[in-house]
Design a protein around this ligand. Structure first.
Ligand code: MTE
Ligand code: MO
Length: 257
């Protein structure tokens, strides 16, 4: 009984109770180690957030008048590899976005290919966990269109974004920035691969030539310098196994705003 109470209090704390999911959860947390419980609570609260957000499925969009005069660059402001330097020199004419993994047709798309596809422009607020926000205008190709072009293989569950930068060159070699989202966010209309910010080509500091915008989540999910999108059914074999650079260092995988 007392275990039951603790469990309920824990679930209430994670916001699950509000959605009426509580009874269904009991079996899930039974006999779980504390780590498993924490992980399950995270995915439950993701489900809860998704339910609560179903009334406002789009992130708020702003007007030109709301654009921040200064949009801070955060994390890497220029990848320091020779490969990236070469790409920069030719203004990314030789760059190609690779789409592979669990897809029907692996793709290699140039910047020109991406710009020739249907585009979407949105003015949104970027929220960084470090405590700053900025409003910017982003143009890019909806990720769903790129995934549609590749065609998903059965069982694909996540899109992983492999970036060009080692944010924190670490001794174990795990400093490469990467991120991942599930297919719900991948097909969300405001999830775009952006090549333009505030009406100009995306600057290096903001992730040139291509960065992800996934507007209902926090800043660290918005992978800059995207080189390859890999479709996977699990990310447990990637780097630290938690689905992202900061996730491997303790941040939540689902970073809903
Ligand atoms: N490849 C890569 N993507 C990244 C980062 C990074 O260091 N490397 N930092 C993240 C963080 S914490 C934030 S807040 C945003 C910052 O985007 P900005 O530089 O355009 O402001 O990029 C995110 N994407
Ligand atoms: Mo951030």
């Amino acid at each position: 009984m007392s275990f039951d109470l603790t469990r309920r209090r824990f679930l209430i704390g994670s916001g699950v109770a509000a959605t009426g999911l509580l009874t269904g959860c009991d079996a899930l947390v039974e006999n779980a180690s504390i780590n498993d419980v924490l992980q399950k609570a995270e995915s439950l609260s993701m489900g809860a957030q998704r339910l609560l957000m179903s009334h406002q499925p789009l992130a708020r969009e702003y007007t030109e008048a709301d654009l921040s005069p200064v949009f801070k660059a955060n994390g890497t402001s220029q990848p320091d590899s020779e490969d990236y330097a070469r790409l920069m020199e030719s203004n990314f004419a030789d760059w190609k976005l690779v789409v592979n993994g669990m897809v029907q047709t692996p793709l290699e798309l140039s910047l020109a290919d991406l710009k020739a596809m249907l585009s979407r422009t949105q003015i949104t607020r970027h929220d960084c966990v470090e405590g700053w926000s900025a409003i910017g205008k982003w143009t890019g190709v909806p990720l769903g269109l790129v995934l549609q072009k590749a065609g998903l293989a059965p069982g694909a569950r996540y899109a992983v974004f492999h970036c060009a930068d080692d944010y924190e060159p670490s001794l174990d070699g795990s400093g490469r920035y990467y991120e991942s989202i599930d297919l719900v966010d991948a097909w969300h209309p405001q999830t775009i691969l952006s090549y333009s910010m505030n009406g100009k080509d995306l600057e290096v500091a903001h992730g040139a030539p291509l960065r992800l915008r996934v507007e209902r989540q926090l800043g660290y999910k918005h992978a800059k310098y995207v080189m390859r999108i890999e479709l996977v059914d699990s990310f447990k074999n990637l780097a630290g196994g938690k689905g992202g650079f900061w996730e491997d260092r303790g941040y939540e995988w689902y970073a809903g705003i």
